[in-house]
Design a protein around this ligand. Structure first.
Ligand code: B1M
Length: 215
């Protein structure tokens, strides 16, 4: 089977909510020499996009969204050990979280995993993170970068609240801020005073790498 065929099977396993076979397929991909990184971005993430489209067309409902998230997490269990960096020296520190009111964490987890694989120390605050918790984490961990994720148009505004809270605490200029998630645009990032917006995890990691290498 070609790499493309294996990746398509993994994509379809997400779309078909096939929790029984996702780990086996991910193992097959690794054994076939496909980088774990490609399995996430060109297999599973593609499947999640299709699940989202089906939800929009009322072909899938909330139960299917939850199940698709679970299938993706099962696949990640196989792939994560293959994504981890062997580096001892860390290239920078990132505090990351999904903003208040938002429980979507699959994309944020991929970003955190790929950042770790790229050599960053990552402090993951989880989901539904209020601005005060971002501020506390910046005080405690002194990161180079703060990363925020939001998937809902109703929660993206929380990103601005985090930036305001960092500004009020005198911490805004000590960190670079990157934001991401399906509804996030460059224009929005500029408007709320973030330093960058990333369309996907790969772009996000590249932006973070460029910031620490320019230090
Ligand atoms: Co929700 N949901 N959901 N959901 N869900 C969306 C986001 C939605 C677009 C579906 C739709 O209508 N088409 C829609 C939002 C509409 C809107 O706001 N305009 C929606 C809705 C409405 C809801 C609920 C309100 C549904 C309800 O209860 N009626 C509810 C809200 C709960 C809450 O958060 N308070 C809800 C709940 C859920 C589940 C819990 C069931 C589940 C999440 C499970 C989980 O995360 N653990 C879920 C899912 C799975 C989705 C979809 C189908 C998939 C999201 C996902 O994981 N994508 C989603 C539809 C869609 O996005 N097309 C949808 C795969 C992931 C790899 O992509 O997260 O975009 P993504 O991350 C990418 C990039 O965006 C980027 O890199 C990642 C990898 O490349 N990125 C960053 C993300 N963060 C970044 C940070 C960075 C850099 C890059 O730097 C820091």
């Amino acid at each position: 089977m070609s790499s493309e065929e294996i990746l398509n099977k993994i994509r379809d396993a997400i779309v078909n909510l096939d929790i029984d076979n996702i780990q086996r397929l991910c193992m097959e991909a690794i054994e076939a020499g496909i980088p774990a990184y490609d399995v996430v971005m060109n297999g599973m993430a593609k499947g999640m996009e299709i699940v989202g489209e089906k939800y929009e067309r009322n072909e899938y409902f909330l139960a299917e969204l939850i199940m698709a998230g679970e299938v993706m997490k099962e696949g990640m269990k196989v792939l994560e050990p293959h994504l981890k960096s062997g580096e001892i020296r860390k290239i920078g520190k990132v505090v990351i979280g999904t903003v208040r009111g938002d429980l979507h964490d699959i994309g944020k987890n991929i970003v955190a995993t790929l950042l770790t694989a790229a050599g960053f120390e990552v402090v993951d605050l989880g989901v539904d993170v209020p601005p005060e918790k971002f501020v506390e984490a910046v005080k405690e961990h002194n990161p180079d970068i703060v990363g925020m994720s939001a998937l809902l148009t109703t929660t993206m505004i929380e990103m601005e609240n985090v930036i305001k809270a960092l500004r009020d605490a005198g911490l805004r200029d000590k960190v670079r801020i990157i934001i991401g998630g399906a509804p996030i645009t460059r224009e929005f990032a500029e408007r709320i005073g973030a330093d960058a917006a990333a369309r996907d995890a790969v772009e996000g990691v590249n932006i973070c790498k460029s910031w620490v290498s320019a230090k």
